[in-house]
Write a protein that binds this ligand. Structure first.
Ligand SMILES: [Zn+2]
Length: 351
């Protein structure tokens, strides 16, 4: 077989592989194609190509990454934009072989009349419209708390999440804590997050994205969170590693994001290796597939190539991810049946 043909088959294996995506920020997932549509509607903003995406080989500081998000928010300031973005992002994940997706986003208000509640309603409408298109993907939503807003905004977001939790027919499952890790402190969020947990909402928290957060991480682990986003510097503290292991808290790991955001120096130094070797629950995710110019099949391929995983190990990684979704046990069983049905087809292609 020619080299190029072999590569193509490999790539196809990762696309065909049924996948679960658990850490995807809606606005960071906007592809360059969708971005062009949005920018053409708002020529007055004078946004050039490339201002919202980090191409292959390029890197940005975390600060620059957050600046990119400010630009993205400018081009997605109406309900119409949010509906378009939600549907495009879901269709793209479906085309990449993602069968179950938990999207997350911070409810926003804008001068165009969108408020936080209508923002969430619009995202849920996008999810429902995609369901009608009969795409082979089950999509749920987590409301995100931006650290910048402090405890007051966090409390409002928890309240909003509780309302949707009881009225959205299982579409809203939980909360995320994210945003600039240098801003605010976890102690401001303990009360609202504890309240959310008591209501039955699940918690996916960005923890230890930068080295200086150990005290905060130790505190928030008392909740405990149901999943941890990144956890890049957890392994700096043996005590924290022990707690995460004991509580078996799954980690959402995003290779390309951490390399391009420069919190990890190279793929082979990524903490995926550390946790995978411990046999700890780890899920590969994209974080911001638009900003970081990646997709989930590519993340699986990168992990496999970097850490020498064979096809069976790659399969197991995607199959085990089903156990860490926030949806119900019956949804998990349903997905596992789907995986088992697809398995022989996926492997036939690479033999
Ligand atoms: Zn994230």
């Amino acid at each position: 077989m020619a080299e190029g043909q072999h590569e193509q088959l490999q790539e196809q294996f990762y696309i065909d592989l049924p996948k679960v995506e658990l850490h995807a920020h809606l606005n960071g997932s906007i592809s360059s194609t969708t971005m062009k549509k949005l920018v053409s509607k708002k020529p007055h903003l004078q946004i050039q190509n490339g201002m919202t995406m980090i191409d292959k080989g390029q890197k940005r500081t975390l600060e620059e990454c957050f600046e990119m998000f400010r630009i993205i928010h400018q081009v997605t300031d109406t309900a119409e934009d949010i509906l378009l973005v939600t549907k495009d992002v879901i269709r793209e994940f479906a085309a990449d072989g993602v069968k179950y997706l938990e999207l997350r986003s911070t409810p926003r208000e804008s001068p165009s009349g969108m408020n936080k509640r209508t923002y969430v309603e619009t995202v849920l409408e996008g999810i429902r419209q995609c369901k009608e298109e009969e795409l082979d993907i089950d999509v749920r939503f987590l409301l995100a708390i931006d650290r910048r807003g402090g405890s007051t905004v966090a409390k409002q977001t928890v309240k909003l999440a509780e309302d949707f939790f009881s009225s959205s027919n299982g579409l809203v499952l939980g909360l995320d804590l994210s945003g600039d890790p240098t801003v605010g402190h976890g102690k401001d969020f303990m009360d609202p997050l504890s309240e959310a947990k008591r209501s039955g909402l699940k918690l996916a928290l960005h923890l230890s994205e930068i080295p200086s957060q150990q005290e905060e991480t130790a505190l928030l682990l008392n909740l405990p969170p149901d999943r941890i986003g990144h956890g890049t510097f957890l392994w700096n503290s043996p005590d924290i590693v022990e707690i995460v292991k004991q509580k078996q808290i799954p980690l959402e790991l995003c290779l390309t994001s951490n390399i391009k955001g420069q919190t990890v120096p190279s793929f082979d130094k990524h903490h995926f290796g550390f946790w995978y070797n411990l046999g700890h629950p780890s899920v590969l995710c994209t974080d911001d597939k638009g900003v970081f110019a990646t997709d989930l099949s590519l993340e699986y391929q990168l992990a496999a190539n970097t850490f020498n995983l064979n096809s069976q190990q790659v399969w197991d990684l995607s199959y085990q991810a089903i156990d860490y979704i926030f949806a119900s046990e019956s949804d998990k069983s349903h997905l596992k049946e789907k995986w088992n049905m697809l398995k022989s087809d996926v492997f036939n292609h690479i033999l």
